[in-house]
Design a protein around this ligand. Structure first.
Ligand code: NI
Length: 214
């Protein structure tokens, strides 16, 4: 009697296990679909296998034209945003600054191999002077890059950056920008290494950078 009960429990347990397994499989399938879609929807995280990046021509804070070649040999930590950003950009840049300071406290030579760049997605308002005033709040070595709208469009395309103007019906000059928010770590030849979410813990970011920047 007890043995029969045990067997029937065993069978229903197996059934439950199979159902759970099917559910989990369906869920993971859905997640894979979402990951596949994320390469199309630019607001979603950039999968590391997409290899964003490429050549760029921009204007630095001294109104000097620069390209990726100006930073050759250094790792680049690139963030795209705009100086009027109320929340996302300051949060991200704060964390990046803290991560670089943490890394510098451990290994100043290694930290110095990383050049942080802030590239505007709002060239109409972010002039070289505006960028210079802004970046000093986040890290002493942070360089702000602006450019013509064609140059900014090209670099956004290359790095798979999503950005869209959100108009303010009451004041056309007071628009804001919706944008993707990632750090891109590029190696000394401007090849993509890794991306970080802007909400990453600075200590964790420093740990990962210490592993990747050699
Ligand atoms: Ni922002």
């Amino acid at each position: 009697m007890q043995k029969a009960k045990f067997i029937s429990l065993g069978i229903s347990g197996l059934g439950l296990f199979l159902i759970l397994g099917l559910l989990l499989h369906a869920l993971s399938q859905q997640r894979e679909d979402q990951t596949a879609r994320s390469s199309i929807n630019l607001a979603r995280p950039v999968p590391d296998n997409i290899n964003p990046g490429g050549a760029f021509t921009l204007t630095d804070m001294n109104a000097r034209q620069v390209t990726q070649a100006d930073y050759a040999g250094r790792f680049l930590l690139i963030y795209f945003g705009f100086t009027y950003c109320p929340d996302v950009c300051p949060t991200g840049l704060d964390r990046m600054g803290a991560a670089l300071d943490t890394l510098a406290a451990r290994d100043a030579v290694m930290a110095a191999r990383i050049q942080p760049l802030f590239i505007t997605i709002d060239p109409a308002r972010d002039t070289p002077d505006t960028m210079a005033d802004y970046v000093k709040y986040f890290h002493p070595r942070l360089i702000g890059l602006s450019g013509t709208s064609a140059q900014i469009d090209a670099v956004k395309r290359a790095y798979r950056v999503y950005a869209a103007k959100i108009k303010n019906p009451d004041n056309p000059d007071n628009y804001t920008m919706d944008h993707s928010s990632f750090f891109y770590l590029m190696d000394g030849q401007n090849r993509f290494v890794k991306h970080f979410d802007h909400l990453i813990d600075p200590t964790r970011m420093a740990d990962i950078l210490a592993r990747l920047v050699r």
